[in-house]
Design a protein around this ligand. Structure first.
Ligand SMILES: Nc1ncnc2c1ncn2[C@@H]1O[C@H](COP(=O)(O)OP(=O)(O)OP(=O)(O)O)[C@@H](O)[C@H]1O
Ligand SMILES: [Mg+2]
Length: 460
């Protein structure tokens, strides 16, 4: 029920308004002066106030300012006498919803009040929606409302104001790069470069020079000076992906940089001091790597101060409907289609699927479904090949070995063809295949595909 306050110094008028408003079903209070209204507002909250502009003591405009100041969402309707339209206009400028000119029919003022309250409800709804959206999307497009993701988002907010190195772990497609980017774009460095390097894609013997640069003549093939990736990131954030793949010599240099902020180019003894925030990621078990000696312990300890682990999607199923909704809208917008509904069966399959490729796989499945669907409903049949209805899952899991092997064959062939088509340019190949360069790199490694083109940073 709405609470309404009437401020009117003429007794007759005041009383008839109170009767009319009460009859219309509103909780109605009334006072005869601005001063009393101000007093009452201290411990009452009104949805709407009706105020007479011309009163003996405190002027209606003054009362209006006060009300709006105390609670901007209180709607105000003013009553003016014929011939004082100027003050009505002034009142509107100060935030009144509307005015009625005396004399008026009670039904007139009631309908104005009704409209004002309707508008108030609507704008409150919009506010809430916006707030909800902001909360879901508050951090650089990271969607998720599972407890673990909510906790993570809170940690991220804290992290943006710090300069600490962050280690992000998680399976492929869980959003490691997305998180790194979100930290960068919410930090003071947001207008400086965000440089992504996939360490695994750098040939071992060139890692040091690619990362830290070299001077001409420092080794055979160093025909001119090279700037190096670190220098490119000056002032900004450097995201070292697949950190577990760095060579031991590059690890030494990285550790020195983390300890005292300086790097040296290969073949040069002059230190260069850099202001860079480092974020690293891996989907490898670094603890394990330190045990077998492929990763330096001291570097691991240095990196392991703040660790963010992104759990696989199958361990946070609550996020699935939200992610589906998000991607459905993204791709429907892109394709200028009306966002489709997801049938109950399809939703059940999506929730039950184990998502080995995590969010990336979910995104691909939704993109495909939205692209191919006919009508305005996504059904189980519109979902990708590997998605099956819950009842069939067990059977398919058994056959999965065979299916996976066949798929792998297909995938390998497609990648090789694409590499040939784009003369080994991995960026173009990845774009063409709709995967990230990291995934391309991992698949090439997995399928033992060696690309002949010589390495070049732009092609990573
Ligand atoms: N929580 C999320 N909300 C919205 N989109 C997400 C989320 N997590 C991942 N994505 C999307 O999924 C895709 C994969 O994410 P990303 O590249 O960050 O994963 P990754 O962990 O770096 O994977 P990889 O180990 O294969 O490099 C991207 O398109 C990303 O935008
Ligand atoms: Mg990645």
């Amino acid at each position: 029920m709405f609470n309404i306050l009437i401020i009117e110094d003429q007794k007759n008028m005041r009383e008839s308004l109170v009767i009319a408003f009460k009859r219309a079903g509103y909780n109605t209070d009334s006072v005869e002066s601005g001063e009393k209204a101000v007093e009452l507002q201290k411990d009452h909250s009104y949805d709407l106030v009706v105020v007479d502009l011309k009163m003996e003591t405190m002027d209606g405009l003054e009362v209006l300012s006060h009300i709006k100041h105390v609670n901007p969402s209180t709607e105000v309707v003013v009553m003016t006498a014929f011939g004082t339209i100027d003050s009505a206009i002034q009142a509107m400028r100060k935030g009144a919803y509307d005015y009625v000119t005396k004399p008026f029919q009670l039904s007139d003022i009631l309908s104005v009040v009704e409209r004002a309250l309707e508008k108030k409800c609507l704008s409150e709804k919009v506010d809430n929606l916006q707030k909800e959206t902001r909360e879901n999307y508050k951090f650089g497009g990271i969607i998720g409302n599972s407890p673990v993701m909510m906790r993570l988002l809170n940690i991220l907010v804290e992290l943006t104001n710090s300069e600490s190195t962050v280690l992000i772990t998680g399976e492929s497609g869980t959003g490691k790069e997305l998180v790194a980017h979100a930290i960068h774009s919410n930090s003071r460095r947001s207008d400086k470069p965000f440089v992504v390097v996939n360490c695994g894609a750098l040939p071992e013997n060139l890692q040091e020079s690619e990362l830290f640069g070299h001077v001409m003549g420092s080794f055979t093939g160093a025909v001119k000076d090279k700037k190096g990736i670190f220098l490119e990131a000056q002032g900004g954030t450097l995201f070292l992906d697949e950190i577990g793949e760095t060579s031991l010599s590059a690890q030494v240099k990285l550790l020195r940089f983390l300890q005292n902020g300086e790097i040296r180019k290969v073949g040069d003894n002059k230190p260069i001091y850099l202001d860079i925030r480092t974020i690293v990621a891996t989907n490898k078990d670094l603890d394990e790597a330190t045990k077998n000696g492929s990763f330096r312990k001291d570097l691991f300890y240095r990196l392991n101060v703040i660790r963010i682990h992104l759990p696989p999607l199958r361990e946070r199923k609550e996020d699935i409907p939200l992610l589906i909704n998000y991607f459905v809208n993204v791709y429907a917008n892109k394709l200028r289609k009306k966002p489709p509904e997801i049938s109950g069966d399809a939703m059940a399959s999506l929730l039950n699927y184990p998502w080995p490729g995590n969010v990336r796989e979910l995104e691909n499945v939704i993109e495909r479904a939205v692209t191919l669907m006919k009508g305005d409903m996504v059904a189980v049949a519109d979902l990708a090949l590997e998605i099956v209805s819950p009842a069939d899952i067990m059977g398919v899991m058994k056959e999965m070995g065979g299916i996976r092997a066949a798929l792998a064959q297909e995938e390998r062939k497609t990648i090789i063809e694409s590499l040939q088509r784009y003369a080994g340019n991995r960026k173009q190949v990845a774009t063409n295949l709709g995967i990230s360069t990291t995934t391309l790199w991992r698949k090439m490694k997995e399928y033992q595909i060696v690309s002949k083109t010589s390495y070049n940073t732009e092609n990573v």
